[in-house]
Design a protein around this ligand. Sequence first.
Ligand code: SF4
Length: 481
Amino acid sequence: MAERMLQFVSLPQEMPEKRPAAERREDFGEIYRAFAVDHAERQASRCSQCGVPFCSIHCPLGNNIPDWLKLTAEDRLEEAYRLSAATNTFPEICGRICPQDRLCEGNCVIEKGFESVTIGAVEKFITETAFEKDWVKPRMPSRERAQSVGIVGAGPAGLAAAEWLRALGYQVHVYDRHDRIGGLMVYGIPSFKLEKDVLARRHALLAAQGIVFHLSTPIGSAAGETSFESLRETHDAVFVGTGVYRSREVSVPGSGLGGVVQALAFLTASNRRGYHETPGEDAILHAGDKHVVVIGGGDTAMDCVRTSIRQGARKVTCLYRRDRANMPGSIQEVKNAEEEGVEFAWLAAPEAFLGDGTVNAVRAHRMRLSLPDASGRQSVEAVPDSSFTIEADLVIKALGFDPEDLPGTWDAPELAVTRWGTLKVSPGRFETSIPGVFAGGDIVRGASLVVWAIRDGREAAAEMHQFLSAKESKSAEPATQ
Ligand code: SF4
């Protein structure tokens, strides 16, 4: 069958058709159209079936990419789907939002000279085909177990842990402060990257699997909240996958002016509007007819600039203190943003937000990169006398997220944290300083990719299974005098 593969020599890389930028600016629909069957199968056939597949090695989930590409090329789509779903709770989500240019595709061996296999687009294609053909079923347990597990956080780590633990037969309860599952995937990521019915479809499958969701249920010690202690008493083990939600600040004069907002508040308001809900502070958190300045260079900043364009901003400028080559976000996202009309001010940082009560401009200065230090990292410094001003009615701060104070909020001082505020776990494992309490995803790693959170959920579930099995065996032992 080798002749069916290795087609990269004669067959060029082709992505699914991208909607024209002018059309994309008008709505919040996803920007790529679906692959046609023959198109996806031909693209999959470009894979050279490497003996040592760097695509899989660089996939946090270790997805068996060459094998499902081969099955796709052979039109064995159901088998391809089953193989891809075997390692991944959410292949339909990874196919859409993973930065493949930094992971599988960026490490594909034919990247050099021939352009990589379009792994993400094929993954999305086979999963969407599986949904269409009704091949996607809840991962039902083969036997029920009496032990129960409480999972705090319905983001990618919590949901992946929930799916695997439920498949093992545990009674799984997921608690989340929001009214919908998904964590940052539901209110943080815009629907032009991840349409929300994709999450609703997955929610229905997880519920059909027997997972019990307790939404709009914050954990904490305030009145009306469910206490962490009661959660530990109710369940045989607890998994914490709360993510990181505390927005980083920029400390320059004028930060408190009206119209200077946090990225998450802006994106949440936009996503709620997509659900036909009217968020509070509606006018402040809307970019329509405004001059918008977004501060930051990560994927959240890209989400903000592209959302602003779709809301009808007059002009959108992204201010980032390093250059294009050193930005943390996906290069593909920058290209998409540029096509849609966003302007980038590289090597520029805010000096002050100007205005009388409400912001009307950003004063910024130029930055320059130093020579790389021993670790290869270049620091940045302001260029003297380089100030300039940009008109702004809305300033969105997208500088990243830090963990909230969980031990304080949960009245659990014994829950150890690192100096960054992330939860401490045993090295290479998931158990926290409290026996029977496990954690994974961003609350352990710090802000990271969805795919890493999915992997943490999967691996933590395996460790929790060992813990719960040992606990059960111990309780079954006859008592000795
Ligand atoms: Fe195929 Fe590229 Fe993976 Fe090699 S690295 S197996 S060519 S997808």
